[in-house]
Design a protein around this ligand. Structure first.
Ligand SMILES: NC(=O)c1ccc[n+]([C@@H]2O[C@H](COP(=O)([O-])OP(=O)(O)OC[C@H]3O[C@@H](n4cnc5c(N)ncnc54)[C@H](O)[C@@H]3O)[C@@H](O)[C@H]2O)c1
Length: 414
């Protein structure tokens, strides 16, 4: 029995899924292939990923392969109720609604785990944590899982180091066809889509502060520059900071950037990146948001505590007045701005990420008796297959190595 907000919303959700389907050529091919081959026949798949149309299409693709799907979101603000309704209308099991409280969110992911999954598709590690901590009796039934994002992978590697990870997990985020495109170009575009549609303000001429110059930060900074902003980077890694300097950005400490920034985007995967010290130094009207996985990068709870007045400034933008009289504005409660205030990454980008998810799940099933390690890197063949297919769909051809060139590149003798 599913738990969603309103099943009558299914038609709007169905339209959204059909739109992304038209733009997700790799998943379309996989849907056809899975319909014929049924690689997940008899298997239960638990999935916790931002529940919007692209994710829904991944769910339908896995279901076409014979999977019995148990679906929840990975963030209470990114779930779209009409999309959830469309999945339920198609007979899939969904436990999620937009704006779930902490308790409801926990109940929803618990329901998914209680189904006793064989495969886990996780985004940020919530399913893996829950099954290890609260449902260890279900672990023997799990073949393995796939993790979508950087933050989830950091957790998995830490768990594995402590010898606590009890089934194999594929590091989907670390595939080249994931982080090079999804993290950089996907986040780069969708973060600005979320900010722009929510604020309806100009980016050109503003001082935009991007905290973190990893794959996501590079995309966010690159697109801010394209909009005409003056971009400032804050970092803790000296090499990444140097890279930002060479890419033409100003680099400074957050305490300095706080004084001059008009718009702040955190995307570090770390916590307490913007805190009280910085809030007190910010300009009146400064806007803050986060694109990292968890809502702990901008200390919104701390801001709430020191605010003398609060207001809803605009849909999805909360205003906080400080003792010094300045108003600061936070988009989407400090949760992933591209999903809490937008529709997430473009469909063509998620096509690649989710093709890797689906092919990695097949890999787990096919190799289930041979996987000796708990941390599994996406095989190079999957990465290449995804890139080749995407190039083919875009009508692009590339050169091939001749046998002589291959030999030359693989030998040490001249
Ligand atoms: N919004 C989205 O749709 C989306 C998409 C992909 C990844 N993510 C999330 O975004 C975050 C970043 O992912 P990534 O792939 O860019 O990771 P990454 O490891 O490539 O980059 C993170 C960068 O942040 C820097 N950093 C860490 N702590 C910092 C601090 N306190 N101040 C300044 N810089 C700091 C690190 O040195 C690193 O360069 C993760 O939480 C990831 O899960 C979000």
């Amino acid at each position: 029995m599913s738990e969603i907000r309103d099943e009558s919303l299914w038609e709007s959700g169905k339209r959204k899924i059909e739109w992304v389907r038209q733009n997700m050529c790799l998943l379309r091919d996989l849907e056809d292939r899975f319909t014929r081959e049924k690689p997940f026949s008899g298997l239960k798949v638990a999935l916790s990923v931002h529940l919007e149309a692209k994710t829904a299409y991944l769910c339908k693709t896995l279901a076409a392969g014979g999977a019995e799907m148990y679906i929840t979101g990975s963030n209470p603000l990114s779930t779209q109720d009409d999309v959830a309704a469309a999945l339920v209308h198609d007979g899939l099991n969904v436990y999620a609604w937009h704006g779930a409280t902490e308790e409801e969110y926990h109940r929803h992911i618990s329901k998914v785990v209680e189904a006793g999954p064989n495969i886990i598709i996780d985004d940020g590690g919530d399913l893996v944590n829950l099954i290890h901590n609260e449902y260890p009796q279900l672990i023997p039934g799990v073949i393995g899982g796939c993790e979508e994002t950087t933050t989830g992978i950091i957790r998995l590697i830490a768990m594995n180091k402590a010898k606590q990870l009890r089934f194999p997990m594929v590091l989907v985020n670390n595939a080249r066809c994931k982080y090079l495109f999804d993290n950089r170009y996907g986040t780069g575009q969708s973060v600005w889509d979320g900010i722009n549609r929510t604020t309806n303000l100009i980016v050109a001429g503003k001082n935009v502060v991007v905290a973190g110059y990893g794959w996501c930060g590079k995309g966010v900074a690159m697109r801010a520059k394209g909009f005409g902003a003056s971009v400032i980077i804050t970092e803790v890694d000296p090499v990444k900071a140097m890279e930002a300097v060479m890419d033409g950005f100003k680099v400074m400490k957050m305490e300095e950037a706080a004084k001059i920034g008009d718009l702040f985007v955190t995307v570090t995967g770390c916590k307490d990146v913007i805190t009280e010290n910085s809030f007190m130094n910010m300009k009146d009207g400064a806007i803050l948001c986060n694109a990292g996985h968890f809502d702990c990068e901008v200390d919104v709870a701390g801001l709430r505590k020191i605010a003398v007045e609060t207001k809803l400034a605009r849909n999805n933008i909360d205003g906080y007045r400080l003792e010094n009289g300045n108003w600061l504005y936070v988009i989407g409660e400090g949760r992933l701005v591209n999903l809490a205030a937008g529709d997430g990454h473009p469909a063509e980008i998620m096509d690649m990420s989710f093709a890797i998810q689906a092919l990695s799940a097949v890999y787990l099933v096919k190799n289930k008796d041979r996987l000796s390690e708990k941390i599994i890197y996406v095989p190079e063949e999957i990465d290449n297959e995804v890139a080749e297919a995407k190039l083919r769909y875009w009508g692009l051809e590339i050169d091939r190595l001749t046998p002589e060139q291959e030999k030359y590149l693989n030998s040490w003798e001249v």
